[in-house]
Write a new protein. Structure first.
Length: 392
């Protein structure tokens, strides 16, 4: 059986980047840049005042100084500041020629157009032209996932319609005869379908466009219909359930019937062992284990990095290092295992009540997941571990 690390390498290597498209600036948060962002102007574009005050020659301080002009932000100075003179200036306005210093308005007294500096020390309070950004400088690179602060960079450099990777279209197909939809009351021996909705949320958080195709019943015919349709119409197909060893676990077989080459069908990880990944010329297919915690964890560990890689982004999950507030144990140590933890007020990792891969409510209290490496059945209190944060 392959390790999680091997499975990760296989899915990342399979990801072919999607074509790019232009989107309006207001829609680009969360998208992945497909072009470099190059400064078309210097920032600041002129020597600018950092403060509201008076621009003058430092040698003339403390004055009194003759006031020659008032410069608002957005205005170009018209007067040169000569010996014994000053111009009143607002934050962000261009420094007038001749001035080498701006003292703050709080340290001034103005009487009949003559201004005196009342402070003891003053900085120059001038931001030199191009000190933040030089013209022609590359500010962001392709593959960068756009956050709000990046939107500001794009806006300031005139990228009104940045080029970003197309969002992968992702079909979500839960499988199982026992499933009813959330608006229904389950009969005896039925449960509600939670995976499909969880997966749609996770797909969105990875930049994908989820398309929920409805529950596929556990018959070869029902599965075949949904899968063949999904493969034709979408970039990625996510199935949940039907991938283990039961009589009705038909997903891998139906994927093969549809021309999907299975690259792996088991991973030595807990939860998530019966995970299937396959490729066809038309789509990438993941068969995720049916238990909701397994589906969730495999998505976080494999599918999310894969979907972002399709968009050209190398996903690095947010990780904090934390000491364990208590000892964690497990019975079998033959597989890598991931367990949910919460971070306490001191930043230490604590257990959340967790009964196993069907216990979806446990994840609602989790701040992150920690790994038991293969062979380790005990993680002692005080040990510092990497906590992979769950943030959306
Ligand atoms: P399976 O892999 O199909 O045998 O499913 C494993 C377990 O996950 C079973 O207990 C299923 O009832 C449960 N399960 C499968 N699909 C879903 C779903 N969409 N939502 C919630 N639980 C599910
Ligand atoms: Mg099933």
């Amino acid at each position: 059986m392959i390790s999680l690390a091997q499975a990760y390498e296989i899915v990342i290597a399979a990801a072919r980047p999607l074509p790019a498209e232009r989107v309006p600036l207001v829609e680009c948060r969360g998208r992945v840049l497909a072009e470099p962002v190059v400064a078309d102007m210097a920032m600041p574009p002129f020597d600018k005042s950092m403060v509201d005050g008076y621009a003058c020659r430092r040698v003339d301080l403390p004055g009194p100084l003759e006031l020659v002009e008032v410069i608002a932000a957005g205005m170009s100075p018209e007067k040169i500041v000569g010996r014994g003179q000053c111009s009143k200036i607002m934050t962000g306005a261009p420094i007038p020629e001749g001035a080498d210093c701006v003292f703050i308005v709080e340290h001034s007294r103005e009487v009949d157009g003559r201004v005196t500096w009342t402070g003891e020390h003053t900085a120059d309070n001038i931001v030199p032209r191009a000190s933040d950004v030089r013209e022609g400088e590359t500010l962001l690179h392709p593959g960068h996932a756009v956050r709000p602060q990046d939107v500001a960079v794009l806006a300031s450099m005139g990228y009104a319609e940045p080029l970003v990777a197309r969002r992968p279209s992702v079909a979500v197909i839960p499988t199982g005869d026992e499933l009813v939809e959330p608006g229904e009351k389950p009969g005896p021996s039925q449960i509600r379908n939670s995976n499909a909705y969880q997966l749609c949320g996770q797909v969105e958080s990875a930049g994908g466009l989820p398309h929920y195709l409805g529950v596929a019943r556990d018959t070869g015919h029902a599965l075949h219909e949904k899968i063949s349709d999904a493969i034709r119409k979408h970039d990625v197909v996510l199935l949940s359930g039907g991938v283990s060893m039961g009589d009705y676990d038909l997903v891998p077989g139906v994927l093969r019937e549809n021309g999907v080459e299975i690259l792996f069908d088991k991973i030595a990880v807990q939860p998530g062992k019966p995970t299937v990944f396959g490729v066809s010329p038309e789509a990438f297919c993941f068969g995720l284990p049916g238990n909701p915690v397994s589906t969730f964890a495999v998505f976080e560990l494999l599918v999310k990095p894969f979907l972002l890689k399709l968009q050209g982004h190398d996903y690095r999950p947010p990780v904090v290092r934390a000491a364990l507030a208590e000892t964690f144990t497990r019975k079998v140590a033959s597989r890598e295992a991931w367990v949910p933890v919460t971070l306490d007020a001191e930043g230490r990792a604590r257990r959340v009540e967790y009964h196993g891969s069907a216990h979806i409510a446990a994840l609602s209290f989790a701040d992150g997941l920690i790994a038991f490496p293969v062979g380790d059945s005990t993680l002692e209190e005080g040990r510092v571990v990497a906590v992979r944060l769950l943030r959306h």
